[in-house]
Unconditional design. Structure first.
Length: 348
């Protein structure tokens, strides 16, 4: 009698061999460098997302020393943003209360990086309480640009003066530091080792992007949903959403990324949910005929972006709040899994 394998045994060996090959390919994929490139216009949330990765990564990179480095940045944010409000108030023709005028004059005459003293904080609090300043703040985004976290810092300003003050993670996430040049770091998240690259989104920074285009696993593109009625800091006559849409069109259909997976993070969902109740989306998209329901409006914006795609690569999207660590944890895990499944499918 022969000792050949039965049909069933042959089939089992065939299946086993296929599984072994898939496992080897899977291991090869996960051992190769995975590179995520963060792109988008200025103040869309790229750098905040990058800071979230430093918090969430299994190789967490935020030390107490790192947090302390944000103290002068937070203090300077308080000073620079109150000055923005003062200039905007004067440009709008509003008049401050007589009791506030001394504080306004004091702040206008301070340098770009004044000593963060109790006197300075007192003047900032006085100006922030002024009714004309509050009315000016309500017009933010329409006639002038100011940080989304300005109110947060003004309301918490006393603690930044304390001698033993250590920034919280929320303080760090909310402070604004303009990204210049290129910042990159290696992270481990949910078992995956990857490199993430953050670049400045302002027009003057985009010429540096060419240095980051090689071997990109996925482009994570950031759009600030709430900025549909705002102008650029660099040029207030240019609508921020339209600028982001134009930029995305060029990146999405670039030969550099023809076969690269894209994930669009429609960020600042929380601010958008509030703003859409009072500011019509028609300000940016005259063809919008929907209601002030945030999901309907957000989906309209999402479709405006995705319909720009003429390349064969897939585009996935998520609505995010970059300063919300829990939200970013869930969203990034879902995005990462989607990207890796697509890559695994490509190599099998």
């Amino acid at each position: 009698m022969g000792c050949g394998l039965s049909v069933e045994e042959k089939e089992n060996r065939k299946v086993s061999k296929k599984i072994d090959q898939e496992l080897k390919q899977h291991q090869k994929l996960w051992e190769s460098e995975v590179k995520f490139l963060l792109l988008g216009t200025g103040e869309s949330g790229k750098s905040t997302f990058f800071k979230q990765m430093k918090i969430l990564a299994e190789n967490a990179q935020i030390s107490n020393e790192d947090l302390m480095a944000f103290v002068p940045i937070i203090q300077n944010n308080c000073v620079s943003e109150i000055k923005v409000l003062i200039r905007a108030m004067e440009n709008l023709g509003f008049e401050a209360d007589h009791a506030s005028q001394g504080s306004i004059d004091f702040l206008k005459n301070t340098g770009d990086v004044p000593a963060f003293s109790s006197e300075l904080v007192g003047h900032i609090k006085t100006v922030w309480a002024d009714k004309s300043i509050k009315e000016t703040y309500q017009r933010r985004g329409i006639t002038f640009a100011i940080s989304d976290s300005a109110e947060y810092f003004f309301e918490n300003i006393d603690k930044y003066l304390e001698p033993n003050y250590t920034p919280t993670q929320q303080d760090m996430l909310r402070c604004r530091v303009r990204t210049t040049g290129i910042e990159e770091a290696e992270f481990v998240f949910d078992g995956l080792k990857f490199r993430m690259v953050d670049v400045g989104g302002q027009r003057s920074e985009r010429k540096k992007w060419i240095h980051c285009l090689d071997c990109v696993t996925a482009v994570l593109y950031f759009v600030a949903l709430s900025e549909y009625d705002q102008g650029l800091r660099e040029d207030p006559t240019i609508n921020r959403m339209q600028e982001s849409l134009t930029l995305f069109d060029g990146i999405c259909n670039s030969p550099w990324f023809w076969n690269t997976t894209f994930v669009i993070f429609f960020n600042k969902r929380d601010i958008f949910q509030e703003k859409i109740q009072t500011v019509d989306l028609k300000k940016c998209f005259p063809d919008y005929t929907g209601s002030n329901d945030w999901e309907q409006a957000a989906n309209f914006i999402r479709d405006k972006f995705t319909e720009k795609n003429e390349a064969p690569h897939p585009i996935f999207s998520h609505y995010t709040v970059a300063i919300d660590t829990e939200n970013i944890t869930l969203v990034f895990k879902a995005a990462k899994d989607t990207i890796m499944r697509g890559l695994l499918h490509d190599v099998l």
